[in-house]
Design a protein around this ligand. Sequence first.
Ligand SMILES: Cc1ncc(COP(=O)(O)O)c(C=O)c1O
Length: 431
Amino acid sequence: MSRKNQKNGYHKETRMIHGDFYSVHWDYKDHMTPPISASAAFRLESVERGAEGFIEFANPKFDRHKKPPILIYERLDEPSRSMLEDNLAIVEEGECAVAFATGMAAITASVLSILKKGDVIIAHPTLYGCTFSLFSNWLPKFGIEVRWVDLKDKKALIKSLDEQVKIVYCETPTNPTLEIIDITKVREAINSVKLRQKVWFIVDNTFATPFCQRPFKYGADIVVHSLTKNIGGFGTDMGGVWIGPKSLENDVLLFRKDFGSPLSAKSSWQILVYGLPTLSLRARKQMESALKIAKFLEKHPFVKKVIYPGLKSHPQYLIAKRQMVDPDGNFAPGIMLYFVIKGNPEEAQKIGRKVMNHIAKNALSLTLAVSLGNVRTLIEHPSSMTHAPLPLDAQIKAGIDPGGIRISVGLENVDDILSDLAQALDIAGKK
Ligand SMILES: Cc1ncc(COP(=O)(O)O)c(C=O)c1O
């Protein structure tokens, strides 16, 4: 077989550009850019073929990766999306992928396709706000218990595992505080307790992206992403993906069909054509800048602490060094950093707000915005933005430092970012 046909021998970066555009789902092998599909429904050449399509969809007797699908309706299956799914499974090193309209839709499917009334999910307490809300406000309504356990504490995890537990869930690095969970240790803890049922370990890999971390290698069973972030990379489209074993794929496909949350063909195409092929290039440049920004902030007189997995001062630096690596094995500590302004809670929050407003008015290289993983550098102050409804003491209890600022590093010239940050932080000295 020619080298071209043995794609496994090629580097991840090459494969993210060349993708897999030939499969049983389509025949686009001669297109340099895959065509975008735009058909909500598909013509059926006979009633019998329609019936066959419905029988085969998400049916374990028919492997969608081996047999050409009978396309019926976009919500079930369609070519642009399934092309993206195949490519995402390859870069994440998982068996298969199912793409969703948003990251939250993928996360919801990842847990609800497994859990039922009476089951327990163990989750690390620092999570993206909407995931936290899904787990704490919605799962209990379905009779599902959520146990909040610090997954950095192996003994605590082992103690909390019992016959009701079906899922262990975390982000690493966590949003927004960039704690690192040791995926290998969590796996060891789960394996060390003899239980009748399978306990699924789900990792949200959004902050790292598959360029900086591939959790399956360390023992995760399922990986979820918000594709809205650095995989999409340009902030033009929302999306999410579930990546996991073929044994769960049909349940996840049925969940997506019935809850109605598939990724659109148009968004799939953007991510496939622009996002994935440029991910490694963007991530490399963003990380180079992130380290410079982290070092600059570490020395700044008005900054109490800087959390960046690439700094030796990060509390889980050694775990990050082992776990966050690019496809060549180089340390790849990501594009997100977090720093805390000095002062008591009231002071720090007030200064944080002032710094943000100064940036919004005066800085070209920094954009005040939520979200992350963009060509622009995005900056936000959780205490006075996402967590503003909580009083200060409740924020502190929830792990939100009133002076904490999160940066998602973009592609601007790093000297511009440093001087915009220096100017904005100057006002911290003018209380
Ligand atoms: C870590 C993490 N997971 C999931 C999500 C949700 O993704 P989406 O906004 O695409 O639903 C976010 C959004 O910010 C996130 O930061």
